[in-house]
Design a protein around this ligand. Structure first.
Ligand code: AMP
Length: 639
């Protein structure tokens, strides 16, 4: 049995999945409320927060306060999000260049960072695992798209910390899928594999080589804005137009109707993966709007997007220096790879090669993450112990130099962890300060790349231009997270500086700590709320059972009145005080009721004819009689 469990979490744009290496030495996909995946949805309601299936189910009724797609926002600047914002029924505001999600909670308008929303989802995945394993789980590996920027990786790690997890590592989703895939296959010699991962909101292509349990990511490429939701959007657009023409109803501005329509379109899309025609239906203001779409229509509607998936495939192959014929296996991952046309386009590109779909596309990433988690956790993962994972930096990293040029320190597709140092100097005589501006991107001009952060190095001795020697070091850790330091060699000034610019859009460690404690308080509140709801339900059930018992048994009227009084008193107490009441009081009340009522009923059964007593072999009868027993907790047992 492992000393403590470590879980693998696939934090998906639309769905998340958690897996664990269990005590029977197998990787288990942990079942959630309804199936093996959990919608990445968070809702703020009058009855508290909802996460997953329950949040998604009420999205139509509560569109402004139901948040999804946080993964599209995480680690990004507000100005980059114009396209995404068009599709959200909830409000995203610009707070100092950073997107924040605005919702109503407890009668107040509150804003949440994408990290906090992701943390709530991660917390749910942690809960799902804990319920299943019946113990606390802290250690986790979380996956991110291979094309995620440094800040998005850091933000995801922060989300894990806020959720109360110890993030062992952030790994790329295709790499995780490759782990699952490579372990399933026993191959001899090195082979190149292409992982094609088309999920709900993101698309990743990776070229890996797998050799005797060693995985090396040779190249990664992708599109953080392409996925199943884009196909849904096209369908939504089509049906808005159709319903406008057919029924003269404009759904564009009706948020509730749009959420319903989106749900129906997504369902139709799934159906079209196995059927030739699907129906989209919504009820708006009591009117049923309905239309159909054929698979062929769906395919021609989405064809440009489907074709677009080949661009990163070509790029990844080129980056890996491989020809398509050198790919031994093509692995498809992500729910959207169930679309037949996508499979055909991909297979055709590789000359009709059969695709490898042996891995369940929804679970492969969590599976691989759990393998990696258990290896990092020191579990005796017999089959995977020698596994070595080499990952790459997906985007080039560098600094701005004179004339707005990008000087790259770490090239795209460099194996990580890695560090690189280059020496720079001043451009003006007497200069005692330099501004180190860190960018990621492939252009030679920084204005076409993304600014990650900047800091000043100052206070070194004045000297003529190009005399001071300033060492700039980039370190990318195993999670793909970047640290930059600069030091002026002569004076030794400024060692170990990391990026902390005023316009940085990342959370500071203090922010993460604050959010982590706030989230913990909220988790405890929610837990307490859940326990209270359970205790209240149990007390109500207990009262109902005794009520049914006195109705069905021929009790002497004195006894019947005595029990009825107790039940009425308790019901009255519950109705008048249920808002403020504590769990312990509810449990105590239930004990009191049982303590008073059970002996009276038991006495009656002793004296009555055996025939009139409940059949103790009949669980229903026993249940009805109010004679049910419950397991004691350990503390109760010791009393
Ligand atoms: P993932 O992020 O990998 O969980 O993928 C979720 C995406 O896969 C969503 O956009 C789903 O609508 C889509 N999806 C799931 N099943 C199917 C299916 N049978 N056909 C088409 N798309 C699907």
């Amino acid at each position: 049995m492992p000393k403590s469990y470590a879980i693998g979490i696939d934090l998906g744009t639309t769905y998340s999945c958690v897996a664990v290496y269990n005590q029977y030495s197998i990787i288990d996909i942990v079942p959630s409320d309804l199936g093996n995946t959990t919608p990445s949805y968070v809702a703020f309601t009058a009855n508290g927060r909802l996460v997953g299936e329950s949040a998604k189910a009420q999205a139509t009724l509560n569109p402004n306060n139901t948040v999804f797609d946080a993964k599209r926002l995480i680690g990004r600047r507000f100005e980059e999000l114009e396209e995404e914002l068009k599709h959200f029924p909830f409000t995203v505001v610009n707070k100092g260049g950073v997107p924040k999600i605005e919702v109503e909670e407890d009668g107040q308008i509150k804003t949440f960072s994408p990290e906090e929303i992701s943390a709530i989802i991660l917390g749910k995945m942690k809960d799902i695992a804990e319920t299943y394993l019946e113990c606390e789980v802290k250690n986790a590996v979380i996956t991110v798209p291979a094309f995620f920027s440094d800040s998005a990786r850091q933000a995801t790690k922060n989300a894990g910390i806020i959720a109360g997890l110890n993030v062992l590592r952030i790994i790329n989703e295709p790499t995780a899928a490759a782990i699952a895939y490579g372990l399933d296959k026993k191959s001899v010699g090195e082979k190149n594999v292409l992982i094609f991962d088309l999920g709900g909101g993101t698309f990743d292509v990776s070229v890996l080589s797998i050799d005797d349990g060693i995985f090396e990511v040779k190249a990664t490429c992708g599109d953080t804005r392409l996925g199943g939701e884009d196909f849904d959007n096209l369908l939504v657009k089509r049906f808005i137009e159709m319903f406008k023409q057919k029924y003269n109803k404009d759904l564009k501005r009706d948020k509730g109707a749009l959420t319903l329509l989106r749900k129906s379109c997504e369902k139709a899309k799934r159906i079209l993966s196995s059927e030739l025609v699907a129906t989209v239906a919504v009820e708006v203001d009591g009117a049923d709007l309905e239309g159909t779409i054929s698979r062929t229509e769906f395919e021609s509607l989405c064809e440009p997007l489907f074709e677009k998936t080949l661009v990163p495939v070509e790029q990844a192959l080129a980056d890996a220096g491989l020809d398509s014929s050198e790919i031994a296996d093509i692995v498809i991952v992500g729910g959207s790879t169930r679309i037949p046309r996508i499979r055909t386009i991909l297979s055709d590109y590789f000359g009709g090669k059969q695709l490898n779909c042996s891995i369940n596309p929804d679970e492969a990433i969590a599976y691989g993450a759990a393998v990696q988690a258990s290896v990092l956790n020191g579990d005796q993962v017999v089959a995977h112990q020698d596994m070595l994972l080499l990952d790459v930096c997906p985007i080039s990293l560098g600094i701005a130099t004179a004339g707005g040029q990008m000087t790259t320190l770490i090239k795209r597709n460099t194996t990580i962890p890695t560090s690189e140092m280059k020496v720079f100097s001043t451009t003006v005589d007497g200069q005692t300060t330099v501004l180190v501006q860190v960018y990621e991107g492939e252009s030679t001009l920084v204005r076409e790349n993304s600014l990650l952060g900047r800091f000043q190095l100052s206070g070194f001795p004045a000297a003529p231009a190009r005399v001071p020697q300033i060492e700039v070091t980039f370190e990318v850790d195993a999670n793909g997270i970047l640290k930059v330091s600069a030091v002026e060699r002569n004076s030794g000034k400024g060692s170990a500086i990391t990026i902390q610019s005023p316009d940085s859009y990342r959370l500071t460690p203090a922010d993460v700590e604050r959010m982590s404690s706030e989230a913990e308080v909220k988790r405890q509140q929610d837990k307490r709320f859940g326990e209270k709801r359970k205790a209240e339900t149990q007390l109500r059930c207990c009262l109902d059972q005794f009520r049914q018992t006195i109705d069905s048994c021929q009790l002497p009227s004195k006894d019947r009145i005595a029990i009825a009084n107790i039940l009425d008193d308790t019901t009255q107490w519950l109705e008048s005080s249920s808002a403020e009441v504590e769990v312990e009081e509810l449990v105590q009340r239930q004990r009191d009721v049982e303590l008073h009522c059970q002996p009276i009923i038991a006495k009656h059964f002793e004296v009555s004819e055996k025939a009139s007593a409940p059949d103790l072999n009949d669980t229903e009868d026993v249940h009805q009689s109010g004679l049910t027993i419950e397991e004691l907790s350990d503390e109760e047992e010791e009393m």
